[in-house]
Design a protein around this ligand. Structure first.
Ligand code: ZN
Ligand code: ZN
Length: 293
């Protein structure tokens, strides 16, 4: 295979048949990944939610319900098994999923159960919710959270606490978009106050202790944040702690596959990071490798 060994995405590959807010077919996503020159492409479809109250407004409008989310996820697990084998001669495809932290009291059992049941190659642990309120959805939800928490700083502290708890509960191979709390905040918001830095530092300690890889997630560019997730200060702190990074294009359709990865490579190099830590498959087994950029 002539693909560059650093060109790996471990977060993305959502597709329209298995995710209401994505488009396109999974097969076309993988064709785009091969065409983009990826060495390894990890597909991390969203874990199904288990309660009606967590359905998105767009899903409700289209008549989605919880059984449908579960049926589509099951279909995804079957499809990715077949496609990983079909693409094996041109692209290493890893079979993964993106975990949720809802409901707060039961997500650990649900997510570990999904992993076990389908025998996935790896898991992306992501925090999209704080106290069961979405930080990744409509701005109104985010504002509800801020009001309930007593402000942005308190909400951000709670967010990083949730990340640390998730890492301990799920021990995922990859931690998704570490500072997703930026997404709905005002562009000039201060998200590196001493209290936030302290909570983020504890989350990084958990990431290091459990040997997780951080997702260098290019959706930050797409969302107009000016940098990928995580922001430079967090990136440098993680790097100094010896934590590894791997790209994630967070693609939600073939058109987004590979988007921002070359730019994100430059971002790592500018910040003094000259390797990525990837997962790939060798002789049938999933292995972890550190490769030069
Ligand atoms: Zn998504
Ligand atoms: Zn995510």
């Amino acid at each position: 295979m002539s693909a560059q060994p650093w060109k790996v995405s471990l977060h993305g590959g959502h597709s329209g048949r298995f995710c209401e807010h994505a488009v396109g077919e999974l097969q076309h996503v993988l064709e785009a990944a091969a065409a983009a020159g990826y060495h390894t492409f990890g597909v991390s479809e969203h874990a199904p939610r288990s309660q009606e109250r967590f359905l998105y407004a767009t899903e409700r409008e289209k008549g989605y319900d919880i059984p449908r989310l579960h049926a589509e996820f099951e279909a995804y697990a079957k499809a990715i098994d077949l496609l990983a084998a079909e693409f094996a001669d041109r692209l290493v495809v890893l079979r993964g999923f993106e975990a949720e932290v809802i409901p707060t009291s039961g997500y650990r059992e649900e997510m570990l159960g999904i992993r076990e049941r389908f025998g996935f190659d790896y898991m992306v642990g992501s925090v999209h919710y704080v106290d069961e309120t979405s930080i990744d959805g409509p701005k109104t939800d985010f504002e509800t959270l801020l009001a309930r928490s007593g402000g942005l700083e308190q909400a951000a502290v709670k967010y990083y606490e949730a990340v640390a708890e998730m890492v301990e509960a799920l021990r995922p191979e990859v931690v998704g978009h570490l500072d997703l709390i930026r997404r709905n905040a005002e562009p000039d918001a201060k998200l590196d106050t001493p209290a936030i830095r302290k909570a983020a530092g504890l989350a990084l300690e958990a990431v290091r202790a459990r040997g997780c890889i951080l997702d260098l997630n290019t959706a930050g560019y797409r969302k107009g944040l000016g940098s990928p997730y995580p922001a430079p200060w967090l990136l440098r702190q993680a790097y100094e702690m010896g934590i590894g990074f791997c790209f994630g294009d967070d693609s939600h359709g073939p058109h987004q596959v590979g988007e921002g990865v070359e730019q994100a490579r430059g971002y790592l190099l500018e910040n003094g990071v000259d390797t990525v830590t990837v997962l790939t498959r060798e002789d049938g087994a999933v292995v972890r490798r550190v490769v030069a950029l």
